[in-house]
Design a protein around this ligand. Structure first.
Ligand SMILES: Cc1cc2nc3c(=O)[nH]c(=O)nc-3n(C[C@H](O)[C@H](O)[C@H](O)COP(=O)(O)OP(=O)(O)OC[C@H]3O[C@@H](n4cnc5c(N)ncnc54)[C@H](O)[C@@H]3O)c2cc1C
Length: 392
């Protein structure tokens, strides 16, 4: 069992992955420096579903109460046919999932989760978060890693015990410094909006509509003040941008004649943003000596299992545990990679397979719908056990 390392761990990126790993390492008595390129946090993204596997980690970090205050636990997930407007199945969440897995299934605004994590980091004596700064070069060696930092235009060299690359799907450290493959564009776009609602007028459930080459997900966030709406459609042949602008009227044209009752939400005035979806096709490298990759920088995946952030949170817990139980940072990161690659690969594969099922058309969609009607709900729910039942 290793004591505290003499030099700090450096985390590049203060997203869900970076802030969670900082907290998990600090909880093991390590010193952590987090560098974030942005000047501050923006209200980026929208809703997040936080499944029990992720909630267990956040609970162990002492964040359950604060998350419960900002989040809601949906009673059920309703799956419907977007074209015909028929309900296919209703799977219980809420109390039953908390009893089964010992942690809730929560809905939260991404910015609220990031805020909770950031405040916890700020209040921890072992963690320092610095904005307008980024790691631009690194050289792992036997005693740790030498890192070149760009902070507000100034370049500095730092020595660390290990570097954790947590700078998301567009990570330059991943592609340009380590030389790993760049995430590939999936040809799909996620159109996201927060539709304002009068409090109490939203339903406390997650709804998913399946349609040809598209699907729609909707659930309440911020105590029902907004309905988080995500519409997945095919996108242009190529993109290269993080986000693209969107127009609700153009989206409505795609669903002409469909009966799914998400459609009236497209008439409400709100801002839409398109997120081209990228994925790391083979997420098989998560460690290079004293450098580890976590979250989307390691294994960006399609959001069709709602598990990208959950995997980042799991990564953080496993990495911090290995730092404590292994003799060296190199050994800890190597073991972390060995433990995480099969899990994240299987979840990414499931997300891809979900997409194929959600987007079926014609006779295949009819067979899918019939199967869902006939299958007992406990069998459909049990398909998630291996994901939600995970523990560190
Ligand atoms: C439509 C959609 C719906 C989703 N729904 C869910 C869901 O319901 N549940 C779920 O678990 N997941 C979901 N996800 C996935 C989830 O959002 C991501 O997997 C998760 O946010 C990844 O976190 P991260 O910290 O790895 O990356 P990010 O959140 O991208 O954070 C990276 C951070 O690094 C910073 N950064 C970037 N470059 C640099 C640099 N050079 N130097 C320093 N800092 C840098 C960024 O500013 C940012 O703060 C969804 C994704 C999408 C697109």
């Amino acid at each position: 069992m290793t004591e505290s390392y003499p030099k700090p761990f450096i985390v590049n990126g203060a997203g869900i992955a970076g802030l969670t790993v900082a907290l998990a390492l600090a909880a093991q008595n390590q010193q952590v420096l987090v560098f974030e390129k942005a000047e501050g946090f923006e209200m980026l993204g929208a809703g997040l579903q936080l499944s029990p596997n992720a909630m267990h980690v956040l609970k162990a970090l002492g964040l359950e109460k604060r998350i419960d205050q900002a989040a809601s636990a949906p009673e059920s997930i309703e799956i419907e046919n977007a074209v015909l407007g028929h309900k296919l199945v209703s799977l219980p969440l809420g109390k039953s999932i908390k009893e089964k897995f010992g942690a809730p299934y929560n809905l939260i605004h991404r910015a609220d989760l990031q805020d909770i994590l950031f405040n916890a980091c700020n209040n921890h004596p072992n963690i320092e978060v610095r904005f307008s700064s980024e790691v631009i070069e690194m050289a792992p060696h036997g005693r740790g890693v030498t890192v070149m930092l760009n902070e507000k235009g100034e370049t500095n060299e730092l020595q660390a015990s290990g570097l954790i690359v947590a700078d998301g799907v567009w990570s330059k450290l991943r592609t340009e410094v380590i030389g790993l493959d760049a995430p590939e564009y999936s040809g799909k776009i996620a159109w996201r909006a927060l539709v304002p609602f009068e409090r109490g007028k939203t339903e406390n459930r997650t709804r998913v509509w399946f349609g040809p080459k598209s699907h729609v997900v909707s659930y309440p966030v911020r105590n029902g003040a907004f309905q988080n709406l995500v519409i997945i459609t095919g996108g242009p042949e190529s993109t290269g941008k993080e986000t693209v602008s969107a127009d609700a009227n153009e989206l409505k044209m795609l669903f002409k004649g469909w009966k799914g009752d998400f459609l009236p939400m497209l008439d409400r005035k709100t801002k839409w943003t398109g997120w081209p979806l990228y994925e790391v096709k083979t997420p098989n490298r998560m460690a290079y000596g004293t450098v580890a990759l976590i979250g989307d920088a390691a294994h960006a995946m399609l959001p069709f299992a709602a598990q990208g952030a959950a995997m980042a949170i799991e990564d953080a817990a496993v990495l911090a545990t290995q730092i404590t139980v292994c003799e060296t940072v190199e050994e800890a990161f190597r073991t972390y990679e060995k433990l995480r690659v099969p899990r994240v690969s299987r979840v990414a594969k499931t997300a891809r397979a979900n997409g194929r099922i959600y987007h079926m058309s014609g006779i295949r969609a009819d067979v899918r719908d019939l199967g869902m009607w006939l299958m007992p709900t406990r069998f459909l729910s049990a398909r998630q056990n291996w994901i939600y039942g995970w523990r560190t």
